[in-house]
Design a binder for this molecule. Structure first.
Ligand code: AMP
Length: 276
């Protein structure tokens, strides 16, 4: 496995890896969710690259940029054991050199949900993913359904800007008690960790109501909101039933609709979703 911070070295490494190339962009603090993307890419591609970059431009002022978990030695050991070929660990100076002023803004689909609570977040995501795609020139790039709006934004960007890459979306990996794996789960104290299980329980209960015939989006949102409200350590920010591509709220839930939420568990902001 070749590891570098340097862009021209990355390009040299990449040129020596022929065949179908798969990229998995990450912010490090790797867990089984990231590993599932890498394993899938290993099955489907001749060579696999991973980026580890805690992208400052996708953090909104006041968010957890400085305390975001950084576990690079452990991450590299995991990537080695997974058979990754190339790892790029750019510094912020490599990614955003002095004088940087170019941004990718994906318009409507970036606005609701995460975009409404984290203004500028998706501009940072779209910009850094563009730079990662230009740097690695992968045939396929792997993303998790965990970040459902990110997937919608990137799909729009890839279509609008004619990127020559196939986006592959992988299912959410969960802890045995249902909590979606996330690098931010490391922030949770024991009581918060326990309380956080309400998120998936609430999504699952609403999905059960959908499966039993409930089609009113408001009723499904309320069902999730009420279960979360009953957990004192957790505060919901939004609960949404939306079209999975446009993220527009639906009056009626339909098969394939995206039921998603963001909530604060103590100080920690978590997101989760389920497809109906
Ligand atoms: P991050 O390091 O949080 O930026 O995540 C890197 C990639 O891993 C993104 O495409 C995420 O959607 C994906 N990912 C993170 N957590 C999970 C999970 N629990 N299951 C599946 N994919 C995930």
């Amino acid at each position: 496995m070749r590891v570098t911070e340097n862009l021209s070295e990355l390009r040299t490494i990449r040129r020596a890896l022929p065949g179908v190339f798969g990229l998995i962009p990450t912010m490090g603090a790797l867990h089984e969710g990231h590993a599932s993307l890498i394993r899938r890419a290993r099955l489907e591609c001749d060579h696999v690259g991973v980026s580890i970059f805690v992208n400052p431009t996708q953090f909104v002022p006041g968010e957890d940029l400085s305390k975001y978990p950084r576990t690079i030695e452990k991450d590299l050991a995991l990537l080695g054991s997974l058979g990754v070929d190339a790892v790029w660990t750019p510094t912020p100076e490599v990614m955003y050199p002095d004088g940087y002023q170019t941004w990718i803004a994906v318009d409507k689909v970036s606005r609701p949900l995460e975009g409404a609570h984290r203004p500028g977040h998706f501009c940072g995501v779209a910009t850094v993913v563009t730079k990662l795609l230009h740097s690695f020139t992968p045939d396929r790039a792997y993303f998790g359904q965990k970040d459902a709006q990110q997937v919608a934004v990137l799909r729009r960007m890839v279509a609008d800007l004619n990127f020559s890459v196939e986006l592959v979306v992988c299912p959410i990996v969960r802890e045995p008690d249902g909590l979606a794996m996330s690098s931010r789960n490391a922030y949770l104290g024991p009581q918060e960790r326990n309380a956080a299980t309400v998120l998936y329980r609430a999504l699952s209960a609403a999905k059960a109501r959908f499966d039993a015939g409930e089609r009113g989006a408001e009723a499904l949102r309320d069902a999730v909101g009420e279960m979360i409200a009953a957990e004192p350590l957790v505060t919901a920010q939004y609960v949404s039933v939306a079209d999975p591509d446009t993220l527009e709220e639906l009056p009626e839930a339909a098969s394939g609709a995206l039921l998603s939420l963001a909530a604060c568990v103590g100080e920690t902001r978590l997101i989760d979703n389920i497809l109906l």
